[in-house]
Design a protein around this ligand. Structure first.
Ligand code: ZN
Length: 307
């Protein structure tokens, strides 16, 4: 007993240092591991640039926005600082910049069309003479009603689609409030607005991976989807055929299920949709931030089509 005591008296500081090193080692490793997984999600969500062939194509580019803030208001400035989080794929767009982008597209001959028109063009399967853009807004916070709705009305009833997380309306998210059904009702009344679903309550990551990417979540996903359609029907009087994957991705099995239920789905891969596109597959969609605006959108708009 005495020997053991003496041993600890002589070596306790070494034991302490070793334990500290082990703790530091484990936390560094798990931090590194989390970073690798995050990079993996990032890579899958933003699939880089358009191919040379796509740049030279007339077609339909679907754009994805989130929150649109008034950069002159303090509360919105605060939200802007909080929410520009690349990892969560949430990018707040100042309303001035959105206005500039709409003018830019229009002045370069790009036609902004409603989702239903885009789907008709795809199904008609005839070569296109113009470049088209479809505007979509994910998550749908209160700024859709306060900033986008009046702006798009002023600019001549610009058509757009709002993808709603049906169970999350009215909740607080990253510093601002998601739109309530009361706010949405006003927006959805305008004929230029199309509604889509963004799950009922499966918009989250598990270990940095979208919940819908887990095969084991399939039964939950089916229930969640049915619930979201039920809510949309109750609130608007009709179902929607449009579904946007949270973080841009799900499993092949989920995709088959949605396609079998007549759903048209959307990823977050960059790409141009051309006539004849297989609508049983997710349509590519470009998340608009400063990089994609320069590297994808402006480039495509400014390249002469050869088809
Ligand atoms: Zn989302």
């Amino acid at each position: 007993m005495k020997k053991i005591k003496q041993f600890f008296q002589r070596t306790w500081h070494w034991i302490f240092i070793t334990l500290c090193l082990i703790v530091i080692g484990i936390s560094c490793y798990s931090e590194y591991h989390a970073q690798i997984e995050q990079e993996h999600v990032d890579r899958e969500v933003s699939n880089g640039k358009l191919s040379n062939q796509q740049l030279h194509e007339n077609g339909i580019l679907v754009l994805c926005y989130h929150r649109v803030v008034n950069s002159h208001l303090f509360a919105d400035k605060f939200a802007l600082a909080l929410s520009n989080n690349d990892q969560l794929h949430e990018y707040s767009m100042p309303v001035d910049k959105l206005t500039y982008q709409i003018h830019y597209l229009k002045s370069h001959g790009v036609r902004i069309i409603p989702m239903a028109t885009a789907i008709k063009l795809i199904k008609a399967d005839k070569p296109l003479k113009h470049k088209y853009v479809v505007l979509t807004f994910d998550d749908v916070d209160a700024t859709l009603a306060s900033n986008v709705y009046p702006l798009f009305k002023r600019l001549g009833n610009i058509p757009y689609t709002a993808f709603i997380v049906t169970s999350n309306t009215g909740r607080y998210d990253n510093g601002t409030r998601l739109a309530t059904w009361r706010q949405l009702r006003k927006v959805l009344k305008s004929p230029n607005v199309t509604i889509g679903v963004h799950t009922n309550n499966m918009h989250y990551l598990i270990d940095n991976k979208p919940a819908l990417k887990y095969a084991r979540n399939y039964p939950r996903f089916k229930k969640d989807y049915q619930k979201s359609e039920k809510i949309i029907k109750a609130k608007t009087g009709h179902r929607t055929p449009y579904f946007a994957y949270p973080y841009g991705e799900g499993t092949n099995r989920e995709q088959r299920y949605l396609a079998d239920h007549g759903m048209i789905t959307f990823s977050l891969d960059n790409g141009i949709v051309t006539p004849g596109y297989d609508l049983s597959q997710p349509l590519p969609r470009t998340m608009v931030d400063d990089h994609s605006w320069k590297d994808v959108i402006e480039k495509w708009v400014n390249t002469n089509a050869t088809n």
